[in-house]
Design a protein around this ligand. Structure first.
Ligand SMILES: NC(=O)c1ccc[n+]([C@@H]2O[C@H](COP(=O)([O-])OP(=O)(O)OC[C@H]3O[C@@H](n4cnc5c(N)ncnc54)[C@H](O)[C@@H]3O)[C@@H](O)[C@H]2O)c1
Length: 361
């Protein structure tokens, strides 16, 4: 661990910095000249690879602080002279939250609370941008849908055209939805109650390089890995469910903008996803992959999983306006880029489809 040396350089702290989104953000910040500390327990398979890649690429700018987000003493040290904090460390899978809701609660609620407290206790609190999820809006089962050949679509024109905005009522479903939702609300309330510079990003499906996608989380990368390895792909439900997917570079733009504009956006939560232009059903995505590979995939169907949304597309207009975001990468272009990245690196990706250490054990 070479983090203490870098801690003197007033670094940017990224919890979960060895994970998929954290690693892409760390690379961007280091390329822009910042010192970055990755605070990560490396509990997700493949994350040590991301950390090594970053430290090799930016030997003087990136350091790993290997610790658990629940370790208050380590967290306090890491926060002590951070200039900004991005919080990605989490138990990330809905399925795992059913298997072990206590662990999910401890990491997602307890870890976020410990981080907020460490920040609150600083004399000058650094800005914090927290990675929340669209799962805070529940399964959206009251949304009237039409069933098309390959997808579900909302009956209401405004939702079809724009997606769901931040005005959508909160409705936590599943232990993961509850723990991320509670953390989301704590983060917003610490902005309100203690005037901390905190903003929240409620993300849809983010995809891109360095994603160790598994059946439980990171489905775009998971489908591609399976397809490239000529392994069967299981769909939970009928595959007509629709998500707005966002290429990771665009997500990184939004995080950086939230940090740079924190005085203007503190106390706010933004929906962050590909928006209606990048809304795609699982079936449509799989057909696109088949087209690129020039062969049929082995696709199997199983029952819907609890909390699965039939249709979720973010209305990203608030984030675009407040953060000055450009047009997101068109999904076909982004998926093709991820496919190229995975093809080049397939042999060294974790073998397990779950890609979560405890599940693989
Ligand atoms: N990827 C998405 O599409 C998406 C969508 C919505 C929300 N999110 C949220 O964004 C964040 C990042 O997601 P990701 O896709 O990069 O996931 P990821 O699993 O790749 O990254 C999470 C990182 O946190 C680390 N971690 C896990 N438990 C930890 C603990 N107890 N202490 C310290 N580190 C720990 C893991 O080792 C991993 O490096 C998460 O908070 C997730 O809930 C992601």
């Amino acid at each position: 661990m070479n983090a203490p040396a870098l801690l003197g350089a007033r670094p940017i702290l990224i919890t979960g910095g060895a994970g998929f989104i954290g690693c892409n953000l760390a690379d961007r910040l280091a390329r822009d000249g910042a010192h970055v500390v990755l605070y990560d327990s490396l509990s997700r398979a493949g994350t040590e690879r991301n950390a090594e890649w970053l430290m090799k690429r930016h030997p003087d700018r990136v350091a790993l602080f290997e610790a658990d987000i629940r370790d208050e003493a380590a967290l306090k040290l890491a926060v002590s002279n951070a200039t900004a904090v991005f919080h990605f460390a989490a138990q990330v899978a809905v399925t795992t939250s059913f298997r072990d809701p206590a662990e999910d609660f401890a990491v997602n609620v307890g870890g976020t609370f410990a981080l907020l407290e460490a920040i609150r206790r600083r004399e000058h609190a650094p800005p914090l941008v927290f990675a929340s999820t669209n799962k805070v809006y529940g399964d959206l089962n009251d949304l009237a849908l039409t069933e098309e050949k390959d997808c579900y679509l909302p009956r209401e024109r405004a939702i079809r055209a724009n997606g769901a905005s931040e005005a959508q009522p909160l409705d936590f479903h599943t232990p993961y939805g509850c723990s991320k939702g509670a953390a989301d609300q704590y983060a917003l309330d610490y902005a309100r109650s203690f005037d901390l510079p905190v903003a929240v990003m409620r993300m849809s499906c983010i995809y891109g390089p360095h994603q160790m996608g598994g059946e439980d989380q990171g489905w775009v990368a998971h489908f591609l890995i399976r397809a490239l390895r000529e392994e069967p792909i299981t769909i939970f439900g009928d595959g007509k469910q629709v998500r707005d997917i966002l290429y990771v570079d665009d997500a990184v733009d939004a995080y950086v903008a939230a940090w740079r504009n924190i005085e203007r956006v503190k106390g706010r939560a933004f929906n962050l996803g590909g928006g209606p232009a990048n809304a795609v059903s699982l079936r449509t995505l799989l057909a696109f992959i088949e087209g690129r590979l020039g062969r049929r995939l082995d696709i199997r169907y199983e029952e819907w999983r609890p909390g699965d949304q039939r249709y979720y597309v973010s209305n990203t207009q608030a984030a675009e306006r407040a953060l000055g975001l450009g047009k997101p990468t068109p999904w076909r272009e982004g998926v093709a880029k991820l496919m190229d990245w995975l093809s080049a690196d397939l042999g060294s990706l974790p073998q397990t489809s779950l890609a979560l250490r405890e599940a693989a054990a």
